[in-house]
Design a protein around this ligand. Structure first.
Ligand SMILES: Cc1cc2nc3c(=O)[nH]c(=O)nc-3n(C[C@H](O)[C@H](O)[C@H](O)COP(=O)(O)O)c2cc1C
Length: 192
């Protein structure tokens, strides 16, 4: 199993998938990774809908502004924020911020776990919320936060660049560039 730095360095958004399935064991491991993510007050104010049905995957691809590559991926993980669950303890901040953060970090954990297991993923955020809720038959008070496509990659993905570290990481005060020394040499990203 690769270490976490390897996983982060090698992860790319994958938009081409082979027909190979995601094994039951791997899917469960990915979901356990999501479940292990931190959440505000440990409330886990999110839900995950596992989509394997082809018709639903096509529906989600269409709901995602016709990003039809999504349908190729054998599994979609739909992450829904559950604002009321967080609001019960944290009020408006829970509803508006924490539930979205809970869902986001769970999706991130799932994404990294999938890559560690040799799958490719793409974080999809461009979709029509109401269509997604309808397709997965979720109550209207949930907020779809991300659809993570999961499948075996077909071919190599290109490497995207990053902003220069000094342009967004600051030392002590906002605007004073942090003096970054590259340590994670495996992270070959123009910019970092
Ligand atoms: C919030 C968010 C929304 C995104 N939405 C989409 C999307 O709708 N479709 C897509 O193909 N990629 C989407 N992406 C993936 C980004 O395009 C991708 O992460 C970025 O270009 C950097 O490339 P990399 O993931 O290969 O490092 C999204 C990523 C994030 C974090």
């Amino acid at each position: 199993m690769p270490d976490i730095f390897d996983v982060m360095a090698r992860r790319r958004s994958v938009r081409r998938y082979s027909s190979e399935e995601v094994s039951e064991e791997d899917l469960n491991l990915i979901l356990e990774a999501a479940c292990s993510a931190p959440s505000a007050g440990n409330l886990q104010a999110y839900e995950i809908v596992v989509i394997r049905d082809r018709e639903r995957r096509v529906g989600l691809a269409k709901a995602s502004l016709n990003q039809m590559f999504m349908a190729q991926a054998p599994v979609h993980l739909v992450f829904l924020a559950y604002p009321e669950r967080s609001a019960a303890i944290y009020g408006r901040r829970g509803a508006r911020l924490y539930s979205l953060q809970d869902a986001t970090i769970a999706a991130t954990f799932a994404m990294l776990a999938a890559h560690a297991l040799g799958y490719g993923t793409c974080w999809v955020g461009a979709f029509r919320d109401q269509d997604v809720l309808r397709i997965v038959e979720a109550p209207r008070n949930r907020i779809p936060v991300a659809i993570i496509t999961v499948g075996k990659p077909e071919g190599l993905e290109h490497t995207t660049p990053r902003l220069k570290m000094g342009s967004f990481v600051f030392e002590e005060i906002h605007g004073r560039p942090f003096n970054h020394i590259t340590v994670m040499r495996k992270l070959i990203r123009p910019g970092c």
